[in-house]
Design a protein around this ligand. Structure first.
Ligand code: PDD
Length: 287
């Protein structure tokens, strides 16, 4: 059987997975989403992802479409039915279906869609050479902590980066500070200290970022949560990015300029290894 999707209570063939034209996600991007990595069929960091979903829903006053426990069952069931070993499970919740009107509908049931996607691990070349980043202006709204479906500025930045032959865009605020990537968190290493933007309304609090921060704290590597400028990033010893799909990838150039010696740095490689050990532990515990 082909790939299935879950749409509002039903498992349906992916190619026929549809929502109503008046779903507020479709018309207003009035909804939120999560992306959870799946390795060896195991959902990695599932609980913090569900915590963040609850936070995003709460901030927008959207009701859980099903209880947290039922949602966990649905995620597992779709991963199982699709035989997904490695990839991601994507789920989004919108405010629901109602006649188009900006204000919240009086009576509406939130809508849930879940899909899965197979994904290969990052290529050998990406790990060996690192990836290129292109700086782009951060033109987003001021509540980036909410994992909103509304991603136009992120899409435009990623497209501009792609056209500049870069893997990711690093978003730069008017004061020259790098907030994060278009779909990843941004990090630099300078004089042995690991630096990343503090958790706030200015960035999406990445789950990979959160896990890595906890792991870094145990290693004795110095950690500083503060903004860094694009200039500082260009002069850094190392740089890297994190996300649920990439985990941790070394960044070896920004706007065509090498970072450090232009090769993945030792701290980035060490942190990637530590992160992967944590993933392996979760897989072991789930089996
Ligand atoms: N992106 N910052 C932004 C703007 C993001 O969209 C993401 C995630 C991250 C990293 O968060 P996490 O570690 O929880 O994946 C940071 C997902 C993967 C996406 O949109 O596909």
């Amino acid at each position: 059987m082909g790939r299935l999707a879950y749409v509002n209570g039903r498992y349906v063939p992916h190619a026929q997975a549809m929502v109503h034209v008046e779903d507020r996600g479709y018309q207003f991007a009035d909804g939120v989403y999560e992306v959870v990595p799946v390795i060896d069929g195991v959902l990695i960091d599932e609980e913090p992802h569900l915590d963040r979903l609850g936070y995003s829903l709460g901030e927008l006053r959207i009701a859980w479409p099903v209880s947290r426990n039922v949602l966990k069952l649905i995620l597992r069931e779709l991963v199982r039915r699709n035989g997904l070993r490695r990839g991601i499970v994507y789920f989004q919740v919108t405010r629901g279906v109602a006649p188009r009107d900006h204000k919240f509908p009086a009576k509406v049931k939130s809508a849930l869609v879940v899909t899965t996607k197979r994904m290969n691990p990052p290529s050998e070349a990406m790990l060996r050479d690192g990836v290129a980043v292109s700086s782009q202006p951060d033109i987003r709204w001021t509540r980036r902590d909410i994992k909103s479906l509304s991603l136009l500025p992120n899409i435009l930045a990623k497209q501009a980066a792609t056209e500049a032959k870069a893997f990711e865009a690093w978003l730069v605020g008017p004061d020259g500070t790098v907030t994060e990537g278009s779909s990843t968190n941004a990090w630099i290493v300078k004089n042995g200290a690991v630096i990343t933007y503090p958790k706030s309304h200015d960035i999406l609090g990445g789950i990979t970022r959160l896990s890595l921060l906890e792991l870094v704290q145990k290693t004795g590597v110095t950690l500083v949560e503060r903004g860094f400028t694009l200039k500082e990033a260009l002069e850094a010893d190392e740089a890297f990015l994190t996300s649920s799909s990439a985990f941790l990838l070394p960044v070896t150039s920004i706007d065509g300029q090498n970072i450090g010696n232009g090769k993945p740095g030792p701290i980035s490689e060490k942190l990637r290894a530590i992160y992967l050990e944590n993933v392996a532990r979760q897989i072991g515990a789930a089996k």
